[in-house]
Design a protein around this ligand. Structure first.
Ligand SMILES: Cc1cc2nc3c(=O)[nH]c(=O)nc-3n(C[C@H](O)[C@H](O)[C@H](O)COP(=O)(O)OP(=O)(O)OC[C@H]3O[C@@H](n4cnc5c(N)ncnc54)[C@H](O)[C@@H]3O)c2cc1C
Ligand code: FES
Length: 415
């Protein structure tokens, strides 16, 4: 081989490598994975924007009670327009707008709530699984959860619902096919079901550990389905934990561990290597487990978590400790509401701009009160806000989410 041919061969090899790298980069940016391409009925993940604008009409095809206690009901939804269902990223949620017409509390009210998709992306239906929310323990005089009880008591097969496109930043990350650890506590199981069903249906070879925390068999949903997946897929490891087993619940048969899912159990079960963690469950579980994972040495970038809206509790129910912590004296901040024509001094004890706005009788839309649904998005005409957490809803430029923000400077809001 002459020096010229050798040089040409080297250039050809370099060009081939650059082309391959460019293709890999393209596929990563598009969020594609080898898992998806091998299953034609699983459409590609949704891109960055919503799959449709605003609300779309869906019809309830089926409803199925999932647990013995009849506290969790699944709703199967298809679009009224008959168009194909756009895919979503397993772990994302739907946002519903409900018109609740209760003769006892007229006039009809609009409620916005988010519910995670509880099955894998499929072309034929979306599924959500909704837990009936009771009054807080020890306070039976308080009304039960409005949306969840409306779903359980009034949303029947054939009924139409207004639904926003799937969204949310808590979803399966496919770029790095690391072993994956899913922790679902209580109704926090729903996004995990979507992730598990998607990965196993796609014949993913990733190691999947699922720690499912619940009280006992009375609220055990999709038990047979999960157990049969564990039998059929050696890479799927199911660890069910009952915190308060019933008298007939047998350890080793009905469930695997007694107690809550905690860091001790994870450390005893998992090998010391890099995993991706996904955590969704009650506030107490999240507040203990997420810091414990970090303290164990798990990189923050490998922990994804979602709370089902701690702020769904009305504002007056928030723990007092949060408003009484000592604060440095701050210069007074003025919040101006341009539509209402009010200029008010910010109350540093307010939990959020949403709470401050409501306290001052200024009407704004709200839903999840957790930065997820986008209902409280308001144009920010001047000034800056600080967010208490990253917004899950996509916020338009020049706008802010009132429910998770506080003013950083004097502000003018278009409200
Ligand atoms: C991203 C996301 C995903 C979610 N996914 C799911 C899911 O898959 N499945 C699911 O079941 N849920 C899910 N949720 C939670 C869901 O959105 C609702 O928050 C939940 O159903 C409760 O709403 P509600 O209208 O029934 O209760 P609300 O009416 O908001 O009431 C909440 C609580 O406040 C109490 N309360 C009501 N009035 C008063 C009062 N005057 N004083 C004191 N207390 C009062 C109620 O008794 C209840 O305990 C998700 C939330 C988010 C943010
Ligand atoms: S109320 Fe849902 S994002 Fe603020």
């Amino acid at each position: 081989m002459t020096t010229g041919t050798l040089a040409l061969a080297i250039v050809a090899v370099i060009l081939a490598q650059l082309t391959a790298l460019a293709l890999v980069g393209y596929h990563r940016r598009k969020g594609m994975s080898p898992d998806r391409t091998s299953h034609p009925d699983t459409p590609l993940a949704a891109g960055n924007g919503p799959a449709w604008d605003g609300y779309r009409d869906f019809v309830v095809q089926r409803r199925i009670m999932e647990d013995a206690a009849e506290s969790i009901c699944s709703f199967y939804l298809t679009p009224v327009d008959g168009q194909p269902l756009p895919a979503f990223k397993p772990g994302q949620f739907l946002t519903f707008k409900l018109q609740i017409d209760d003769p006892e509390t007229p006039p009809p009210k609009t409620l916005v709530r988010c519910y995670s998709l509880s099955d894998r992306p499929r072309p034929d239906y979306y599924r959500v699984s909704i837990k009936r929310v009771l009054p807080p323990a020890g306070n039976p005089a308080v009304p039960p959860g409005r949306s969840s009880n409306y779903f359980h008591d009034h949303v029947q097969e054939g009924m139409r619902l207004s639904v926003k496109a799937p969204s949310g930043h808590f979803h399966l990350m496919e770029q790095e096919p690391l072993p994956i650890v899913l922790v679902g506590g209580g109704i926090g199981v729903t996004p995990m079901l979507s992730i598990i069903n998607y990965l196993l249906q796609s014949d993913s070879q990733r190691e999947i550990w699922f720690f499912h925390g619940l009280r006992n068999s009375s609220e055990h949903i999709t038990k047979e389905h999960l157990e049969s997946l564990a039998k059929g897929h050696p890479n799927f490891h199911l660890h069910t934990c009952y915190s308060r087993p019933g008298t007939k619940d047998v350890e080793g048969i009905d469930y695997r561990h007694r107690g809550h899912v905690d860091i001790k159990l994870l450390r005893l079960t998992l090998q010391l290597k890099r995993h991706q963690f996904y955590v969704c469950g009650p506030r107490a579980m999240m507040e203990s487990l997420v810091p414990a994972l970090e303290a164990w040495g798990v990189a923050t970038d490998d922990i994804y978590y979602e709370a089902f809206g701690p702020a769904t509790l009305p504002k007056h129910q928030k723990p007092k400790a949060q408003v009484s912590k000592p604060e440095m004296a701050q210069p007074a901040i003025t919040v101006t509401f341009s539509k209402s024509g009010k200029s008010l001094t910010w109350n540093p004890n307010a939990e959020s701009l949403l709470e401050f706005t409501e306290d001052n009788d200024i009407e704004v839309d709200s839903g999840c009160r957790a930065g997820s649904c986008g209902s409280c998005q308001t144009a920010l005409k001047s000034g800056e806000v600080d967010y208490s957490q990253d917004p899950d809803a996509d916020v338009e430029s020049g706008h802010c989410l009132l429910c998770i923000s506080k003013p950083k400077s004097d502000l003018t809001l278009a409200a």
